[in-house]
Design a protein around this ligand. Sequence first.
Ligand SMILES: [Zn+2]
Length: 270
Amino acid sequence: MNELNLYSGFLVFCVGVAVGSFVNVITHRLPMMVLAEPEDFGSWTFDLSHPASHCPHCQTPLRAWHNLPILSYLWLRGRCAFCAHPIGWHYPVTEFVTGMLWLACAWRWGMGTHAMCWAWFATSLLALSVIDWRTTLLPDALTQTLLWSGLIASALHWVELPLEQSVFGGVAGYVSLWSVAYVFERVMHKEGMGAGDFKLLAALGAWLGPLALVPLVLLASTAGAMVGLALRQKGKLHGEGYLPFGPFLAAAGCLIAFLGTDLVMRGIGW
Ligand SMILES: [Zn+2]
């Protein structure tokens, strides 16, 4: 394990920012691909790499220097170079946050396989959070990949969690939320959680183990309830007052990965 210094830290941040720019592509295009109807596929010319980046307003393809993460946004002062239409501020923010997550992983686990695994974990959770917040979807392409990669990372000893804990964590994550949702539906006669939430918690269980799930769900529900109340007061809740749970599960998962289950449990007074 190599120590992090100023030079390697900056390098890791830059790699993270570049990955963040791909996170922008995924969060923008994956929901469209998931929601596409089967009849769209005949004329479907849209995937993660095609068409090349273009302005969503005037459709003009971007030049290479319009595509530099964060820098282009600052250089262009947040506007399209061709039609001057404002570019969403969430693009540079996502890139910056991904860079910071990568830096945090390298700082926490040192430069090596461990940090790479956790950077992958945090980046996937960021992409899932953005997609869930904007579309209330948690695409299988991301939740399932995160689940399998957690099992593999554990089997190969790329993370500290033993394989059996990873397997039990995955199963416990899915079954626990599924049962809560099943009871809720029976009692309240409406859907409380989507199946994407079960799969996301299964993935978190595979990375963090079954013991982390109780504080994780507790933390996520408390934070979700607080944000939900605040948004309700401002009248800013989605549609019929539905608040996506994914971002809260993801944030709690990241916090537990970084701080460890014990510290987080003590922090919430257990
Ligand atoms: Zn434009």
